[in-house]
Design a protein around this ligand. Structure first.
Ligand SMILES: [Zn+2]
Length: 139
């Protein structure tokens, strides 16, 4: 047996959650924390730590559920926008090591989850060329 996982337990019905949608590969449920009403999580039923482990079938199913739930959250709860996020590893503050995508309604100037802390330095074309070459090497 692998380590206990709260999201595997939710997917298997062992731990209760406010499940709003489920299909053969995925489910969606209301997050315990509601900074704005409607914060929802989408997960694959099978345990994957993050997107890097996904097979194509589950990945496609997961994105279909993310799109479906995002559309519903956008209609159901007040918002001027919606943030989607998926964190990988401690530096990105991944709290549960089972792949999950947050769907979070946003309000204008809510000062929540700012992606960039402020003005960022630009980059030189040569840097971008180099980074693209490095990344292509790993694809
Ligand atoms: Zn799990």
């Amino acid at each position: 047996m692998s380590d206990p996982c709260i999201f595997c337990d939710i997917a298997q019905g062992i731990v209760p959650a406010n499940i709003v949608y489920e299909d053969a590969a995925t489910l969606a449920f209301i997050d315990l924390r509601q900074f704005h009403p409607g914060h929802t999580l989408v997960i694959p039923r099978r345990h994957f730590a993050d997107v890097r482990e996904l097979d194509e079938w589950t990945g496609a199913a997961l994105m279909a559920t993310v799109a479906r739930i995002t559309t519903a959250v956008g209609k159901a709860f007040p918002n001027e926008g919606i943030s989607l996020w998926h964190s990988i590893g401690p530096a990105a503050f991944q709290e549960v090591p089972h792949l999950h995508v947050h769907i979070h309604p946003r309000r204008t100037d809510d000062n929540f989850l700012r992606v960039y802390p402020g003005e960022l330095p630009g980059s030189q074309p040569s840097e971008r060329d180099e980074y693209a070459a490095v990344l292509r090497h790993h694809l």
